[in-house]
Design a protein around this ligand. Structure first.
Ligand code: UT7
Length: 319
């Protein structure tokens, strides 16, 4: 017994920040961003809170799944930073949607959705849950260094949710972590202790882009290979790959190392940039709603991110 994905729903902020507008803020230009990353625009929170976006995505997924909030047995929110340290973002969602179940947050950076799928799988295997809600949402604009052109052009806000029910559509799943705080890091940013002897570092993202790039290409290609093999399938059996939407060049390079045609990789990085843990489920929701994935399709999901973490899995689409 594992699970089936019963429904999905996304929520992104209204405001569209284009490459041209970014070019008025830092020394960059549309051509550099498009050719190096594939990104054309991203969504940025102006008046939306992360809780509002989470609730919107959760309600859309519940409606799509035809499941009531009160029937949920567990809510997992994958995020790097919810609205508060406590209550968790998942507890805020639980309160707002009117659920009564246990709720907690999980932080695996951009791999968060796939980490959450694996945790949820354990609840189904132990028969502790009939319905689980996963909401993967990040609000990277508030931890972006808007003066650093090498990173601020890459990220956006938003995320998506999925409702899982009992089923047997998870065919394989793999998580990895390599503790590393030198290539990608976001410090907490505050320390209110009068005893603490160091100055708190600002809560902004810093990244060695080239190192992450190399890690990412290998993580995606090897992760997909392993997930497909663990599912007892051939790469030619995969109907659609939903990769983490960080950079179109990473996706192209990973695709070139696999026996899966590039056309089978779903991409929407041009519209959202990298939304961290929101990226895979936003793409999954769009692939589902646009009819790119159909009932019975074999889908590979893969992600990499801060940690450094990776996640990959193969699921049968059953909607
Ligand atoms: O979820 C995980 C999150 N992280 C990632 O996925 C990031 C993975 N890494 C990448 O996607 C790429 O490494 C980047 C897009 C970050 C950078 O692309 P790159 O092709 O590796 O560029 P680079 O860092 O080697 O920089 C090339 C040049 C440099 O100028 P010089 O030294 O050659 O004169 C940079 O200063 O491009 C310059 N540059 C820019 N120019 C215009 C860096 N950022 C910009 C910019 N606009 N925004």
């Amino acid at each position: 017994m594992s699970f089936s994905i019963l429904g999905t729903g996304k929520a992104v902020p209204e405001y569209v920040l284009t490459n041209d507008e970014l070019s008025t803020m830092v020394d960059t230009n549309d051509e550099w961003i498009r050719t190096r990353t594939g990104i054309e625009e991203r969504r940025i929170c102006k008046d939306e809170t992360i809780t509002e976006l989470c609730v919107r995505a959760a309600n859309a997924a519940l409606k799509d799944a035809n499941v009531k909030a009160e029937d949920l047995d567990l809510i997992i929110c994958s995020t790097m930073r919810g609205e508060n340290l406590t209550p968790s973002q998942a507890c805020m969602i639980q309160k707002e949607i009117g659920a009564k179940c246990a709720a907690f947050d999980l932080n695996a950076a951009c791999s968060g959705f796939i980490y959450a799928l694996d945790v949820a799988d354990g609840y189904f295997v132990r028969k502790k849950a009939k319905y689980v809600l996963i909401v993967s949402m990040d609000n990277l604009s508030n931890i972006t260094n808007w003066k650093d052109r090498s990173t601020c052009v890459l990220f956006g806000d938003g995320g998506a949710a999925a409702v899982l029910g009992e089923g047997d559509d998870l065919l394989s799943i793999n998580l990895t972590a390599q503790g590393n705080d030198t290539v990608l890091r976001i410090p907490h940013g505050t320390n209110s202790s009068p005893f603490y002897e160091h100055e708190a570092e600002p809560a902004v993202l810093s990244m060695a882009g080239n190192d992450v790039y190399k890690f990412a290409v290998n993580a995606m290609s090897e992760g997909i290979k392993k997930a497909v093999a663990d599912a007892g399938l051939q790469q030619s059996d995969v109907d659609c790959v939903i990769p983490h939407q960080a950079n179109i060049r990473i996706i192209n390079m990973a695709a070139s190392k696999l026996d899966i045609p590039r056309e089978k990789f779903f991409c929407n990085v041009e519209h959202y940039g990298n939304t961290s843990s929101g990226s895979v489920p936003i793409a999954l929701d769009e692939a589902s709603k646009s009819g790119v994935i159909k009932k019975g399709d074999i889908i590979a999901l893969c992600a990499f991110g801060g940690g450094l973490t990776t996640g990959s899995c193969v699921i049968r689409w059953n909607k």
